[in-house]
Each structure stands twice: as structure tokens, then as C-alpha cells.
Design a protein around this ligand. Structure first.
Ligand code: ZN
Length: 271
């Protein structure tokens, strides 16, 4: 701060310590603030995106990110709790997501779990922030600066770097397990899947698949056909772990997970 006439003491609790330099973790520290800086401004200047903030205490009483800071104030910042974050991100419904260009693997896993997730590796930061705001989607990223944008109402910073771990992290933070609808969305284009009779897709199936499977779904947007192949079984294990219960056999039967297209059956070897 160029003009820093006031000093405010901060303490960041729980997982928010991850955003701080080591010397500021788990302890109260003083920081110089511009007069009339908001809590949001200072919390973000110290490294914590506003989307990660849950309960906030200003001099021991409930405060808000928009509050103005005065000399000698004390600010306690707690992380967004799973229930509060879930409710804030999806008032009255299921959260929908937009993932940044580095989170393609996570986007596919979220679609697999039935969560509407926009993703395009051509998205620029401003596109992602705009989509999140206009469509009331939860912005997913590992880029703190993206989450600090004023227009971003709801977002989640992913700490994990591997897609399956990112999915676990997000499920825990937003309590997603009870509301998942496995294998209901196209992994490729996020459109709803619908059950389709075998006869209707027979010509598009590799012969071995046609012999071994009778239940199929299809995406009307890209015309991919899905069935319960080996990839599907692996994904069921992951989803069952997340749900902490085995998926009902009926859900497995109607919800094939492979994504080959008629023109490119080799796709079945990809994740
Ligand atoms: Zn599709």
C-alpha cells in the first residue's frame, strides 16, 4: 500500500492457511491497509480469493466482505464450509459448473456424475468469469486471480492437481454425493443422454460391443453411443466411493459410460 495509515490484524483459519506465506499460517498478524479499504480488498490482497471465504468475524462480531476497515480492527476469516458453500452456489437446486481451460479431466468426471459442467479449452479467463456470472455457475479453477474477479459470485479453488482427487475435493466441499445422477450426461458435450433401443444404434456399434451389451444411451447433440464397458465399471467404483454406497444395479444397467462415436470407434480406448 502506498498510503497505509491504518493497521488491521488478520487471522485466517483452517484450510485458508494454504493461501498464505508460511509465517502467516495459523497465527494472527498485522497488515497495513489503505484507509477505508474493504475486508474483501484486503483479504484478496493477502492472497485469499473471496470465493473461499465463509464466516467472517470483525472484532469478534459477524462481519461482511464489504465492511470498511478501521485502524486496530481484528478480522477472523474462516473457510467456506461445505453446507454453506453448497447452498450459496446453488440456491434451491443443483450446482452447475464452468471449468477453466486446465480442468478438462475434472469436467469430464463431473459430467459422468451428472453435474452440468461447461468446459472448452479455448475459453479465456474473461469468458469463464462472464459465463459463471451470467449463468450462475460455480467457477472451478486453480487460478486464484480468476477467482478474485469482482464478477465471480461463486467459485471453488481446487487444491488437488489430479482429476479424480479434484472430484473428491469438490464433492466434499459442496456435498455433491447425494445429488449426483451418474451417467446421465454426455462426457463429450455435456448434453443429456437418453436410453436408446439396441436396434437403433446397432449399425454404429463395434461387433464385440453389439454381442456383449444390450443397454445403450445416446447423446442427441453428438450422436455418441454409450454402454457399460470396462471404463464404466471403473467409474462406478469411483462414484460408489464418493457416494459411500454401491450404486443400484438398475442405475448401472441403463447408464453406459463409453463415448465412442460411429465415425471413431477407437474413442472407446480413451478416457
Ligand atoms: Zn454428446
Amino acid at each position: 500500500m502506498v498510503n497505509a495509515p491504518v493497521t488491521v490484524r488478520f487471522r485466517f483459519h483452517g484450510a485458508l492457511a494454504d493461501f498464505l506465506p508460511r509465517a502467516r499460517r495459523g497465527t494472527e498478524f498485522g497488515a497495513a491497509c489503505a484507509r477505508d479499504a474493504t475486508v474483501k480488498h484486503m483479504v484478496e490482497a493477502l492472497g485469499v480469493p473471496h470465493t473461499e471465504v465463509g464466516q467472517l468475524l470483525l472484532n469478534g462480531a459477524p462481519g461482511s466482505l464489504g465492511a470498511l476497515l478501521r485502524d486496530g480492527d481484528r478480522v477472523d476469516v474462516h473457510p467456506a464450509s461445505s453446507l454453506a458453500a453448497g447452498a450459496a452456489c446453488a440456491p434451491g437446486g443443483r450446482p452447475r459448473f464452468v471449468a477453466d481451460a486446465h480442468l478438462g479431466g475434472l469436467a469430464r468426471l463431473l459430467r459422468m456424475a451428472g453435474y452440468d459442467t461447461l468446459y472448452d479449452n479455448g475459453y479465456r479467463d474473461e469468458d469463464i468469469a462472464r459465463i459463471a456470472h451470467e449463468e450462475e455457475r460455480v467457477l472451478l479453477t486453480r487460478d486464484r486471480e480468476l477467482l478474485k474477479r469482482r464478477s465471480v459470485d461463486c467459485g471453488c479453488y481446487l487444491r488437488a492437481t489430479v482429476p479424480e482427487r479434484q472430484l473428491r475435493e469438490l464433492f466434499a466441499r459442496l456435498n455433491l454425493a447425494p445429488r449426483m445422477r451418474p451417467f446421465s450426461l454426455c462426457l463429450h458435450c455435456n448434453a443429456p443422454l437418453r436410453p436408446v433401443p439396441k436396434d437403433a444404434v446397432l449399425a454404429r456399434l463395434p461387433p464385440r460391443v453389439a454381442e456383449a451389451h444390450d443397454a445403450f444411451t445416446t447423446c442427441d447433440a453428438c450422436r455418441r453411443v454409450y454402454w457399460a464397458g470396462s471404463h464404466h465399471a471403473r467409474m462406478c467404483v469411483l462414484l460408489a466411493e464418493l457416494a459411500d454406497v454401491a450404486l443400484a444395479p438398475a442405475a448401472v444397467e441403463w447408464a453406459p459410460a463409453r463415448a465412442p462415436s460411429a465415425s471413431d470407434p477407437q474413442q472407446s480406448s480413451q478416457r
